[in-house]
Design a protein around this ligand. Structure first.
Ligand SMILES: Cc1ncc(COP(=O)(O)O)c(C=O)c1O
Length: 460
């Protein structure tokens, strides 16, 4: 790995500005590339013989200018956050007219009838109770609804171990708040859910990406990480992982649970896609109930704006969860949870899920012939495809090129736990655009990859 040694003598400025000018010059001439790791502040101060405070000031200002970004304990990297999380947002923002295949959300046309549900709710005699402060753990009948839903999905849960959150992202944040401290290690798939990366970065956690095969996280890779690091938590998405679409078999869940048990690793089992998958393949939480947090949410199955997540926590973690929830929001708005509980009871959840499954199946069928000949990881119940790119393409280059041609996709790089992804791929949503737009967009993507459409951007 090359070590950056800036030439600050050339710049006749105060030291910290000279450092920024040298950084800019090295980026401009190409000797530093996006995602190159910079030396730590201490290393740079020592190698240049200057005060560490000068380097701290220079790095802070360079970050403010978008030249570099810090990823907590992983280090400081060339390029602003533009190159990772917010890259997606800017790809969409810069081309509001583009066909957006970057969003992994369900079809809003199939959302339940909110007006009818609110009308019905307005007739309830105790509706005023929804405006009172509930306890942090929430209203009893809301926790019971959460437990009932988990039961329908195949996981028996005591309502006392169930916590309602404002969606799965909030659940993950609350769980990590309850379980982890700054600098501790969390393992996950080598391409992982963007939101988890964001929390790990915000909480300054050390994230290790694990190797994955066709059925998810590989036991050897997990065990090696446990042997060489003090792994506190494993975050996994056993059903239709985001973005790689892997689903663990029963055997794989058992293997992962076995290793977690052996090394005392807490598991966060994110099953946000489980309600959409008809066949049952068990839960890690069933195999390892005292060490596993199970997370589901209404976002992919029912309605994304409802913001209801359901967590089944280990018994011993209840108090920590209450404390973490209190720190995060005191308590949840009961109105949204009430809608969920009523939709669960009157069969709306089941009906909407059935319609969503049919909708996804139609889209996946449409995509089938269009992606023929490519290495593409798909699942019949997934909202997206994970398309591996032929040699010569990086995910960022393809994303920028398709954007120039009016199509936005999610580059694999934004999901990668390492600064250099294991391989190049893009995530393509198949449900959010119209069918005609999807066909047109896939024509552009595959045309570029096959070389039948000429790129518009210069190659660098
Ligand atoms: C794997 C995974 N977990 C959690 C979330 C967050 O879900 P929610 O909208 O319920 O916060 C998402 C959203 O895309 C996701 O894909």
């Amino acid at each position: 790995m090359k070590v950056w040694k800036p030439d600050i003598e050339r710049h006749n400025q105060p030291l910290y500005l000279a450092l920024i000018s040298a950084l800019q010059a090295d980026i401009d001439c190409g000797s530093l590339a996006v995602q190159d790791r910079l030396p730590t502040q201490r290393e740079l101060a020592d190698s240049l013989g200057i005060a560490i405070g000068t380097v701290t000031r220079a790095y802070a200002e360079a970050e403010r200018r978008g030249l570099i970004h810090s990823e907590g304990r992983r280090g400081t990297f060339v390029g602003g956050m533009q190159t990772s999380r917010s890259m997606l947002a800017s790809l969409v923002k810069e081309r509001p007219d583009a066909i957006d295949l970057s969003k992994n959300h369900p079809s809003y046309d199939l959302d339940p009838d909110l007006a009818a549900a609110l009308k019905e709710l307005s007739r309830a005699s105790d509706i005023h109770r929804l405006l009172e402060y509930p306890s942090t753990a929430g209203m009893t009948h809301h926790r019971e609804a959460g437990a009932r839903w988990l039961g329908e999905l195949g996981m028996k849960a005591d309502p006392d171990s169930v916590f309602i959150t404002a969606g799965a992202q909030h659940a993950l944040s609350v769980i990590l708040g309850a379980e982890m401290h700054r600098g501790e290690t969390i393992c996950t798939d080598n391409f992982t859910y963007l939101g988890m990366r964001a929390i790990a970065q915000q909480q300054d956690l050390n994230m290790i990406g694990l190797e994955v095969d066709e059925v998810g996280i590989m036991p050897d890779s997990f065990e090696a990480a446990c042997r060489h690091h003090r792994v506190r938590v494993l975050y996994c998405m056993p059903t239709i992982s985001n973005p790689t679409n892997r689903t663990m078999t029963v055997l794989r869940r058992e293997e992962i649970a076995g290793i977690a048990a052996k090394y005392g690793v807490t598991v966060i089992e994110d099953e946000i896609m489980r309600p959409l998958v008809p066949e049952q393949s068990g839960f890690i939480a069933e195999l390892l109930p005292d060490q596993t947090y199970l997370v589901v949410s209404t976002s992919k199955a029912l309605a994304a704006g409802l913001r209801v997540g359901v967590v089944r926590a280990p018994d011993a973690a209840r108090q920590r969860m209450v404390e973490s929830l209190t720190a995060s929001c005191i308590c949840l708005p009961p109105l949204m949870i009430e809608l969920f509980a009523r939709w669960l009871d009157d069969g709306t959840v089941r009906d909407v899920v059935t319609q969503r499954r049919q909708d996804i199946a139609r889209r996946q069928k449409l995509v089938d012939p269009l992606l023929d000949g490519f290495v593409c990881h798909r699942h019949p119940c997934s909202y997206h495809c994970w398309l591996e790119l032929p040699d010569g393409w990086t995910s960022v280059r393809l994303a920028m090129e398709t954007q120039a041609q009016g199509v936005v996709v999610s580059p694999g790089e934004v999901f990668a736990t390492e600064s250099h992804p294991a391989y190049e791929a893009v995530r393509i949503s198949v449900v959010s655009p119209s069918a005609a737009e999807l066909e047109q967009a896939l024509g552009i993507i595959t045309g570029l990859l096959r070389g039948t459409i000429t790129p518009r951007l210069p190659t660098v």
